[in-house]
Design a protein around this ligand. Structure first.
Ligand SMILES: Cc1ncc(COP(=O)(O)O)c(C=O)c1O
Length: 455
């Protein structure tokens, strides 16, 4: 289309580009994340709406992972787009040392929807920066340096947050910043020893306390934990474990940072996942769902005692795009839409449908080891045999898992297949019919892994 475009003599896309050319140029001039670019087969996408993605050829794909577990309100919500356009017209960017209408409104709104005395927010561009700044705040506030983090975790791709991360993405990024100590999670190991949930919780808390004592309580600034572990297994804390961690932190003057980048903003059927577990963290981090990924934005929420400290003492951190007006306008619209349209309640309700579907599939498919979900935060594990050995090992692959991933792709289901698991994290606006449509595809797909089941 070589017509006039915004005063330019041509559009930026001078002629319509074929899908093949688009893929070729993306691979030639851009790098892909967490992979060797040549090995990537990017999914060509032209547009997205609600719970569906559409390829340039018009194939409709059910988004069963909300992209990166992040498009929580669904794609292309008209009210959020309108709010973003309004902000573009009003004010796009000013530097962080300004006061703006939208910054004033969003700080207040988040304080209202966040439990406890978390009333002050520091804005970033995403989750890793939120965790970086939460750790910074904890170190400055306590005057201590060490951070405890769990092995089964992901906290971001920057140097510090890669160090906090426990999973294999950390290995090639080491050595990380010093002072990070990892601990094991209460799940899933201890079940193999035949312990009750109560015993697991008690033993694990004793182990954690020993770790704290061995490291030196006076050296530890904070403990960081995903409230419900996301990519590393969709692991909800055992009953009472988080309350026990809170008590240990209080006993030793350690701050508790809960990473709700993936689990927060309604995903679990409550605004914050920690609302299920009767704890209030000292610092909470958000990103992804905060704007439903319509714009890059993250946040650190601080309890009053910590926020008050930084009213009198310098917060040694900053970002050019801190409190970006367009990001904040997006977050405001997303939170309002979520609440006005009952999406968090829907996540809780559809979570029960997901449970029902997972139970149904587990009865039917010998290769399905387990389905776990908290609200619409779900994952299915696939097993090799009746001893519950995973079909693919930790950090490994299996041809049947690759075939399952291909089946999902060919049959219009977008989800993440990793090792011996795959995710079930649709947008929170999903209807029961759409959810069951997704599980119908999974039902057929599991026949592939059933064929690899060794009995
Ligand atoms: C729990 C958790 N924390 C932090 C991050 C990092 O967020 P970002 O990619 O926005 O930096 C992620 C991203 O997947 C996450 O899942």
């Amino acid at each position: 289309m070589a017509s006039e475009y915004l005063g330019y003599p041509h559009t930026f896309a001078e002629e319509p580009m074929s899908t093949e050319k688009m893929v070729e140029l993306c691979k030639k001039h851009t790098l892909y994340t967490w992979s060797a670019t040549d090995a990537v087969a990017p999914l060509p996408i032209a547009r997205a709406e609600g719970v569906y993605l559409f390829t340039p050829e018009g194939q409709r794909i059910l988004d069963f992972n909300s992209q990166l577990m992040s498009v929580l309100i669904g794609h292309a919500h008209p009210k959020v787009i309108a709010a973003m356009k309004h902000q573009l017209d009003e004010l796009i960017f000013v530097y962080p040392q300004t006061a703006t209408q939208v910054r004033a409104r969003v700080g207040k709104l988040l304080a209202e929807v966040t439990p406890g005395d978390i009333n002050t927010f520091f804005f970033t561009l995403g989750g890793a920066e939120a965790n970086e700044n939460a750790v910074k705040a904890a170190r400055l506030y306590t005057g201590r340096q060490k951070i405890l983090a769990s092995y089964r975790s992901y906290h971001g791709g920057t140097n510090l947050t890669m160090g906090l991360t426990g999973d294999p993405r950390r290995w090639p990024n080491e050595p990380a910043s010093p002072g990070i100590v990892h601990f094991m999670d209460p799940r899933p190991y201890d079940y193999s020893f035949g312990q009750s949930e109560e015993e697991i919780t008690r033993n694990h808390l004793a182990y954690l306390e020993e770790t704290i004592l061995m490291e030196g309580p006076s050296t530890i600034a904070a403990l960081i934990k995903e409230t419900v572990t996301g990519t590393n297994g969709l692991l909800a804390p055992t009953q009472g474990w988080l309350r026990g961690v809170r008590a240990l932190c209080d006993k030793y003057g350690i701050l508790l940072i809960l990473d709700e980048v993936m689990a927060g903003m309604g995903r679990t059927g409550k605004m914050y996942a920690f609302e299920h577990y009767d704890v209030i963290p000292d610092l909470v981090t958000l990103a992804k769902g905060l704007t439903s990924s319509y714009f890059p934005l993250g946040a650190v929420g601080l309890r009053d005692k910590i926020a008050d400290h930084f009213r009198k003492n310098v917060f040694w951190g900053g970002l050019t795009y801190n409190s970006h007006p367009v990001g904040l306008a997006t977050a405001e619209a997303v939170v309002r839409v979520m609440m006005d349209e009952g999406m968090i309640e829907n996540a809780a309700k559809m979570g029960r449908v997901m449970r029902d579907e997972m139970d149904r599939l587990q009865k039917k498919h010998p290769s399905m080891a387990e389905g776990r979900n908290v609200g619409l935060f779900g994952m299915i594990d696939v097993r090799k045999n009746s001893k519950n050995e995973p079909l693919a090992p930790y950090n490994g692959a299996h041809p049947a898992m690759n075939a399952l991933a291909k089946f999902f792709k060919d049959n219009g289901l977008f989800t993440f297949v990793r090792w011996a698991s795959f995710t079930c994290n649709p947008p929170l606006c999903i209807t029961e019919e759409q959810l069951r449509e997704g599980f119908a595809i999974i039902d057929r797909g599991l026949e592939i892994t059933d064929a690899a089941f060794e009995g």
